[in-house]
Design a protein around this ligand. Structure first.
Ligand SMILES: NC(=O)c1ccc[n+]([C@@H]2O[C@H](COP(=O)([O-])OP(=O)(O)OC[C@H]3O[C@@H](n4cnc5c(N)ncnc54)[C@H](O)[C@@H]3O)[C@@H](O)[C@H]2O)c1
Length: 435
């Protein structure tokens, strides 16, 4: 099938490359000329494991092309995926300006029956509004259908998440669009996987409910971790025991410095706002969001307490900057609030991340020192602060690292180290809810 994808961000490019790999012919369109130029030159403008190879292979086969022409995009695809960004507005609501601008362009250039698929995360009512906008600009009355097909991929694991999804949700009232959507996904690896076929609003809400639940699980274990800190219990063992209950499952039960990224913070806020607009106060979600903000500040509180509220002029080594491992994505990364707060208290920071140094430089310019290894970041520091749990930080040789530091203290924001082993190396260990 000929398929057009609007938006070549994490979702759009992964979707385009993976659909090309299933045998479809894909045209990816973006308004960002520089991104399209990079892609046309054969490169991927961000880091996602395996994506570069997939893009190269499929571009070579002529299965994947890139363009800035929206008109060409609308005319090309029998199916048009809308994967543009839906960032947060200042009041927490989702900014739908980009989604609707694609809808308008689709309406203006419709030349044949098309299935327009909203893949971006959007509040209930958006597919309905999309159909209205397309109709409004569709002067020749060409027939079309709108489908809600939210995306559940995880950055750092996006290709696997596409090929082995837990679920595919398709919201539409159209008998004509459904078989087309089944054909789009027919080659996806687990052919026995049922497609959750439902209406627009239910499909749209499934995505928000999914992310809100995972965010709630994280804020829940952070709450338990904070109670552990005050009672002498060890959260690692508490969460392990909780995870043994099959009704709970062990995933997303690791406490830390708060959740970040381009999805959880904005999606929780957007769901709260959507509920509010419909006259309902989503108190549980309000607290999930508020607790996450508190959690991001907790690491700095721990550091200040350890240094008797005087960190002016002290040097700290920060390990990990991206919002999670295996991505360079810094959107809403907890490292941003931790670093900003430490700078505000006069600390000096030496930072290392395997992938996100350039992205961090755009945020902090020359306010911090960028290092090419954990050892370089630790040099002369009063403590090392682990913020993002990249695999390479798990294998650090602490007896060597300690020799480079001024004081042997580690703040483990993700509980990846064993306190006893670090104590044996002469380190003082401060984790999240750990003994
Ligand atoms: N990143 C994730 O892990 C993830 C996972 C699931 C769902 N989502 C959702 O998917 C959507 C996209 O997320 P993302 O992380 O890929 O965003 P992104 O910011 O990385 O990419 C969005 C792209 O859309 C482009 N764009 C904006 N207006 C356009 C237009 N009119 N025509 C063509 N292109 C346009 C931008 O230039 C940008 O390249 C969001 O709604 C997000 O919530 C993201």
């Amino acid at each position: 099938m000929n398929i057009t994808v609007f938006g070549v961000g994490y979702v759009g490019l992964t979707t385009g490359a993976c659909l090309a790999n299933l045998g479809h012919t894909i045209l990816c369109v973006d308004v960002d000329e520089s991104k399209i130029k990079i892609l046309q030159s054969g490169k991927v403008p961000f880091f996602e494991p395996g994506l570069q190879e997939l893009v190269t292979q499929n571009a070579r086969k002529g299965k994947l092309r890139f363009s800035t022409s929206a008109e060409e995009g609308v005319k090309f695809g029998e199916v048009i995926f809308n994967c543009v960004g839906t960032p947060s507005n200042g009041d927490g609501s989702a900014n739908l300006e980009y989604v609707f601008s694609v809808a308008k362009i689709v309406g203006e250039h419709l030349n044949d029956y098309k299935v327009v698929v909203n893949k971006s995360t959007v509040p209930p009512g958006t597919a309905r509004k999309t159909a209205e906008i397309i109709s409004e600009h569709n002067k020749n009355g060409v027939s079309f259908d709108v489908v809600s097909n939210p995306e559940f991929l995880r950055e750092g694991n996006a290709i696997r998440a596409f090929n082995y999804p837990d679920k595919i949700v398709v919201g539409t009232a159209s008998e004509k669009a459904l078989p087309i959507m089944r054909k789009v996904y027919s080659g996806r690896m687990r052919t026995y996987l049922p497609i959750v076929e439902t209406d627009w609003e239910t499909a749209e809400l499934i995505k928000y409910a999914n992310n809100a639940f995972l965010a709630t699980k994280i804020s829940f274990i952070n709450e338990i971790s904070n109670i552990c800190d005050r009672t002498g219990a060890d959260v690692k063992i508490v969460s392990m025991a909780l995870g043994l209950d099959y009704r709970i499952s062990p995933r997303f039960l690791n406490p830390g410095v708060g959740y970040g990224g381009s999805c959880f913070p904005k999606d929780v806020k957007a769901l709260i706002k959507t509920a509010h607009e419909k006259g309902y106060q989503a108190r549980l979600l309000e607290e999930v969001d508020a607790l996450n903000e508190r959690q991001k500040k907790l690491m700095v509180t721990k550091i200040k307490e350890r240094f008797n509220n005087d960190i002016q002029g002290k040097t700290f080594g920060v390990l990990g900057l991206s919002f999670k491992p295996k991505t360079n994505d810094m959107r809403e990364a907890p490292s941003i609030s931790i670093i900003s707060e430490l700078l505000a208290h006069g600390a000096e920071l030496r930072v290392h991340d395997p992938c996100a140094l350039e992205d961090a430089r755009k945020i902090f310019n020359d306010k911090i020192t960028y290092c090419s290894s954990a050892e370089e970041a630790a040099l002369g520091s009063s403590a090392v602060i682990l913020v993002t749990e990249w695999d390479e930080f798990r294998g650090i040789n602490f007896s060597e690292l300690g020799k480079l530091m001024k004081e042997k203290i580690i703040f483990d924001g993700r509980n990846i180290y064993e306190p006893e082993l670090l104590k044996d190396e002469g380190f003082e260990y401060i984790g999240m809810g750990r003994k």
